[in-house]
Design a protein around this ligand. Structure first.
Ligand SMILES: NC(=O)C1=CN([C@@H]2O[C@H](COP(=O)(O)OP(=O)(O)OC[C@H]3O[C@@H](n4cnc5c(N)ncnc54)[C@H](OP(=O)(O)O)[C@@H]3O)[C@@H](O)[C@H]2O)C=CC1
Ligand SMILES: CC(=O)N[C@@H](CCC(=O)OP(=O)(O)O)C(=O)O
Length: 303
């Protein structure tokens, strides 16, 4: 018997990519609404309550409204928005960090930036190489599809935008989930930016190794990341050093999450690269759906 999956927001940037992936997945019946009904509340309510799993690819407010429409004790939810990432009753959709996605009813996908940040930092906090009360900074750039249809239209219409720094008011919506799921006492300082590439992102956490109580070596940091992720199909910990990391304007889609540790004796730069629309959004949603529905864990994923 197939699993009925309703994609709410199937015409958006994330929704389209999930729809395309599920089209080739066995055991899934994908449900979407016709263009003239996709924002109709009654049509959405019916589709939500008929589905085994609903994947929400909506702005936060619409995602909250969708959850409030559930009138049964059966429909399961994967929310791609940031509405429920620290909410009670929701499971954080990062299975490689130990969250029990397979048995959850309400799953909140991680944000794209937090996916990189948490992969780098959570294992090091858990291994006591970074104290939970350490003041951390995260610098990151994203492809412009990270801002959905509105930012895609802006970058593609203005044409000459090379970089957009933002989040200068601090309090970016991704900061609470970074703090919560890394187990940090203080919110990290988050400095995001957008570059003129459609997809892809680079997330970096600088560290003063010599100031850390554990004074960890590069090897110790890498060992902790290997211990956390060896065996995870989508996460690759790189032992080799690199002179440069490139993000191309026509970066191909990917579901990989690549982790690097660059360091000398006193300083380190922890770097994660990923596709904001892959492991940062639609890839994570499909990965979580596979786990929740007991399907092939890698169905629909690019490994
Ligand atoms: N883009 C990314 O890299 C990532 C996005 N996310 C999150 O995923 C969610 C979707 O993002 P994204 O796909 O980029 O956004 P888009 O703006 O590309 O798509 C959002 C879609 O939701 C539709 N929509 C808006 N309001 C409603 C409503 N009330 N009822 C039904 N449909 C509605 C929009 O309709 P219309 O087409 O008419 O505008 C649009 O198709 C967001 O919460 C985002 O923050 C998470 C991780 C990464
Ligand atoms: C480039 C860009 O604008 N990115 C978005 C985040 C994209 C994403 O991860 O979506 P969620 O907020 O649902 O997690 C932002 O910074 O608001």
């Amino acid at each position: 018997m197939s699993v009925a999956v309703f994609i709410d927001g199937a015409e958006g940037t994330t929704g389209i990519e999930i729809r395309e992936r599920l089209a080739s997945c066995e055991g899934i019946e994908t449900v979407t609404l016709a263009d003239d009904r996709r924002k109709d509340v009654d049509a959405r309510r019916t589709a939500i309550n008929d589905a085994d799993v609903v994947i929400l690819c909506l702005p936060d407010a619409a995602a909250k409204d969708a959850v409030a429409m559930i009138a049964n004790d059966r429909t399961r939810v994967i929310d791609a928005s940031s509405a429920h990432r620290t909410a009670d009753g929701w499971t954080y959709g990062f299975p490689e960090l130990g969250f029990d996605v397979a048995n959850a009813r309400f799953v909140s996908n991680p944000g794209c930036y937090p996916t990189g940040f948490l992969a780098l930092v959570a294992p090091l906090v858990r291994a006591s190489l970074i104290p939970a009360d350490w003041p951390l900074t995260v610098n990151a750039v994203s492809g412009y599809s990270g801002g959905g249809k509105a930012l895609i239209a802006r970058f593609e219409s203005e044409g000459d935008l090379a970089f957009r720094g933002y989040g200068y008011a601090l309090g970016h919506k991704h900061v609470p989930e970074m703090q919560r799921h890394a187990g940090l006492a203080h919110a990290p300082v988050f400095a995001p930016g957008v570059v003129n590439a459609y997809r892809g992102m680079v997330v970096e956490v600088p560290l003063h190794l010599a100031a850390l109580p554990a004074r960890p070596s590069r090897t110790a940091l890498l060992d902790a990341l290997h211990a956390a992720f060896d065996g995870a199909a989508l996460v690759r910990v790189h032992d080799e050093a690199a002179d440069e990391l490139l993000l191309r304007t026509d970066q191909p889609p990917s579901d990989a999450l690549d982790l690097y540790v660059f360091a000398d004796a006193t300083q380190a730069r922890l770097v994660a690269t990923l596709d904001n629309l892959g492991k940062g959004a639609s890839g994570a949603a499909v990965q979580n759906l596979n786990l929740m529905a007991g399907l092939d864990p890698l169905a629909g994923l690019r490994v």
